[in-house]
Design a protein around this ligand. Structure first.
Ligand SMILES: [Zn+2]
Length: 239
């Protein structure tokens, strides 16, 4: 009985949190959810990696298609796969932060910045630069977390196209690509996932195939691909 109640309470908290704290409505004004609506540019973003083999495969596809992307990396996965971070950076993708360990509590707690600082250091150790773009884990952003992040010089990045590629099992890749194509507008930021936080190996076949078919489709619609930093006209890194 207690377990059932606990689960129900948890589900309610998660629903309320998603509504109040997550893009597109939540986040108390701190989120940048899209770029200018005047130009047919779009930014693809990948959260929760890097991981094997998903990120490796994705980097190969993005290279073939000559598309720059933005990777919101989880610090723990950065430490597990430093070579993938270095490769993505060298290939011209932007390395951004998605916290050290991807807990909802990061944003909820009024105290502590270790989840921000540790991930920042993990990335800096590899690429020699500190990220300036941050996406909070679960997309949950409180006013005090927003203040902590902007004080440190971060642009807080949300999204306006939310794909369901994180579901287990994910929808067919054709559906993921088709719904993303329908929802993209000039200036859109599209959310995908190339890892999972406490998972050593992560295959993301639906994500990879969806991205591979979405890119030519959007090009056909007149879009070009840019990083989030280019789209929002903000720096990707801090000195
Ligand atoms: Zn995430």
């Amino acid at each position: 009985m207690q377990a059932v109640l606990k689960r129900a309470a948890r589900a309610t908290v998660d629903r309320v949190g998603d509504e109040l704290l997550r893009p597109p409505r939540g986040g108390f004004g701190y989120f940048k959810n899209h770029g200018p609506r005047t130009e047919r540019a779009v930014a693809l973003t990948f959260d929760d990696g890097p991981s094997r083999p998903a990120t490796e495969e994705l980097l190969a596809r993005l290279k073939e298609l000559a598309v720059p992307a933005t990777f919101f990396c989880v610090g723990l996965n950065v430490e597990k796969n430093p070579d993938l971070v270095a490769r993505a950076h060298e290939a011209g993708h932007v390395i951004a932060s998605h916290s050290m360990d991807h807990r909802r509590a990061c944003a909820l707690s009024p105290f502590g910045e270790a989840h921000i600082a540790d991930s920042e250091r993990a990335i800096e150790r590899i690429i020699g630069k500190r990220p300036a773009l941050y996406r909070p884990p679960w997309g949950w952003l409180t006013p005090w977390e927003g203040k902590r992040l902007t004080r440190r010089g971060y642009t807080v990045v949300g999204w306006d196209v939310f794909t369901l590629d994180w579901q287990t099992p994910p929808p067919p890749f054709t559906e993921i690509a088709a719904s993303a194509r329908r929802e993209v507008q000039p200036g859109s930021i599209v959310l995908f996932h190339d890892g999972r936080t406490f998972q050593d190996r992560w295959e993301a076949p639906a994500t990879i195939e969806a991205v591979t078919s979405l890119i030519p489709a959007l090009r056909n619609d007149g879009y070009r691909f840019v990083t989030v930093a280019e789209l929002l006209r903000v720096p990707a890194y801090r000195a």
